[in-house]
Design a protein around this ligand. Structure first.
Ligand code: AMP
Ligand code: ZN
Length: 467
């Protein structure tokens, strides 16, 4: 079966085929940098990363653009309150966001585009829309007249036929029941940042930024446009209206949306105050970034995921089980030979893993295939049925797993020992033991323990793990 995705636009699971057969052009909506991102936001950003990885597993090259919204109502409110320039204020949170992405092992999009660096292009696009008769002005702001775009509602599958023509909305986020003409360009207000452009002074609305940057870098029609489900309306609906009015071409072929991370059944959000940042969970509560990544990746993206601390602990246990299995595979002394049954089981596990991912990123099923294999292989090792020539193919199963889930390598604690340091110290200890310098060997063990590294001498050699 080919790679396939659920497309919000068609409400169907469809085989994926990009316009250019080798390269996928993809745009994903990035963060609004007015505060630290929370792990609800990161569910969506992890989803983008998984999407990248499954596309690469299918042999595609990627041209992926993600925006940073560094001008909007909330940013301006906060920057003004703190007496900071817009860029001073947003630089802090942009850097924190990119650091957090790296900690969660999210692949970097090929291009990260900041809204404030594309104001001239946004003004030009609005001017073009004005010339085409899609806009009107009121009190220095420019609005998109949604009645001029007959396809309005096709992404969110709403019939906006009964809406009041000419009613306007100035805020960037609003409810479906509030479908109105939206602001492309907002009039300057005293004390707020604004830009002088060909369409007059002011600042862009949120929606126009994504349309303009996507078209600028990826062309009129994208293969994939993605975001969280809360962006379907109004943000993505408005993006389609602006872009397609501008170019006369379909804006994106596949629209993918990830469901929410929930707390007690409610969306994790800043406004509800029910959120955790990476800092809260890792620095203050001692959870590992891998556990968070695993938890966010383990539930298929179109299902709601309820966040609990127990869930995070289970994620850590699952990772431990896989790491221990890997250590066992690497260090076990196995009898010579090949057990055909396990050669087949490895191949089947790899196939089932890939098929689950190609099925609209069914990560739960992909994990089930891996754990089933680990269970069988562990039993076989206990029974002596697992032979030396089965090692490589079993390690290949884990390699496939980790090329996607990317959780097997432990994160070194800040300022702590790297894996190379640890391997070096273990080699030193082994040499000391050989030379019967037991004091030195014990000293190395104690030194490692102090750094949270536990050594285990097994009949197959030395294994280590982090406490
Ligand atoms: P924002 O920084 O508010 O623009 O949000 C950035 C991204 O996070 C958007 O794509 C949202 O859809 C997504 N998002 C916000 N809250 C959640 C949540 N609780 N679960 C999943 N995604 C979320
Ligand atoms: Zn966007």
């Amino acid at each position: 079966m080919p790679l396939r995705f659920y497309n919000t636009l068609t409400q169907q699971v469809q085989p994926f085929a990009p316009i250019d057969p080798d390269v996928v052009r993809m745009y994903t909506c990035g963060p609004t940098v007015y505060a630290f991102a929370h792990i609800g936001n990161f569910r969506t950003f992890v989803f983008y990363d998984l999407l990248r990885r499954v596309l690469r597993l299918n042999g595609y090259k990627l041209h992926h653009v993600m925006n940073i919204t560094d001008v909007d109502d909330k940013i301006i409110r906060n920057a003004v309150a703190q007496g900071k320039s817009l860029s001073d204020y947003t630089d802090t949170y942009t850097k924190a966001f990119l650091d957090d992405c790296a900690i969660l092992r999210l692949e970097r999009p090929e291009r990260i585009a900041r809204a404030t660096e594309h104001i001239v292009e946004m003004a030009a696009a609005i001017s073009e829309l004005e010339q085409q008769g899609h806009t009107y002005r009121s009190d220095g702001s420019v609005y998109f007249r949604i009645s001029t775009f007959p396809g309005y509602g096709k992404l969110s599958h709403n019939d906006f036929g009964g809406m009041v023509a000419g009613a306007r909305v100035d805020v960037d986020s609003y409810e479906k029941s509030d479908a109105r003409d939206f602001a492309l360009w907002k009039a300057p207000k005293p004390g707020e940042p604004s830009w002088d452009t060909e369409i007059g002074p002011g600042r862009p609305g949120w929606h126009i930024e994504c349309s303009v940057m996507a078209i600028e870098f990826l062309g009129n029609t994208l293969d994939i446009h993605a975001g969280g489900v809360d962006l379907i309306f109004p943000h993505h609906e408005n993006e389609i209206a602006q872009s397609e009015a501008l170019t006369g071409k379909p804006f994106a072929h596949y629209w993918l949306h990830s469901e929410f991370l929930l707390v007690d059944g409610q969306k994790m959000s800043k406004s509800l105050g029910n959120f955790y940042t990476l800092r809260d969970l890792c620095q203050e509560r001692g959870h590992s970034p891998e556990s968070i990544r695993y938890l966010l990746a383990s539930v298929p993206y179109r299902k709601g995921l309820n966040f609990t601390m127990d869930g995070l602990k289970s994620a850590a246990t699952a990772i431990d089980r896989l790491r221990n299995f890997k250590l066992r595979l690497e260090s076990a002394k196995l009898e010579a030979g090949l057990n055909e049954r396990f050669a087949t089981a490895s191949a089947e596990a790899r196939k089932a893993f890939r098929e689950a991912l190609d099925d609209d990123l069914n990560t739960a099923e992909a994990l089930a295939a891996i754990f089933e294999f680990v269970r069988e292989a562990n039993t076989a090792m206990d029974n002596g049925d697992f032979l030396s020539q089965n090692r490589a193919s079993a390690l290949a199963v884990l390699q496939d797993f980790d090329s996607f889930f990317d959780v097997l390598t432990p994160t070194a604690p800040a300022g702590g020992l790297t894996e190379a340091d640890i391997d070096g110290l273990i080699a030193e200890r082994t040499a000391a033991k050989k030379a019967r310098d037991f004091a030195r060997a014990d000293g190395v063990r104690a030194q490692l323990l102090e750094q949270g590294i536990i050594l285990e001498d097994t009949k197959d050699g030395v294994r280590w793990k982090r406490k």
